[in-house]
Unconditional design. Sequence first.
Length: 110
Amino acid sequence: MVASTGDDGVAMGIAHVNKNGDGIDNVPKKTILVANNPKVDIYRAIQNQCLGIITDCGGMTCHAALFAREHRLPCIVGTGNATIIIKSGDYIIMNMVTGEILLGSRAGVK
């Protein structure tokens, strides 16, 4: 579910997967945060200039969605399995029109 389209309707970058919420304040700059169910501490990742947010859990009113809309970041929530499929270091494209997440070679990256 697309919770926030950001400004451009698309986000591209390297994934940083954070399954358990520990160290969320150490999300590298200019990465796309992929998390299970981030709470209020997701604000730290946004302050670190992440490019977008993808979560396994949540809906339109979860913390990730609210913070993403407030900061005009692309955000897809409620994927169910993003932290299982996406690995840290994977190149991903978030299509905010269709809600699709393209990974690696499916994103046209060789």
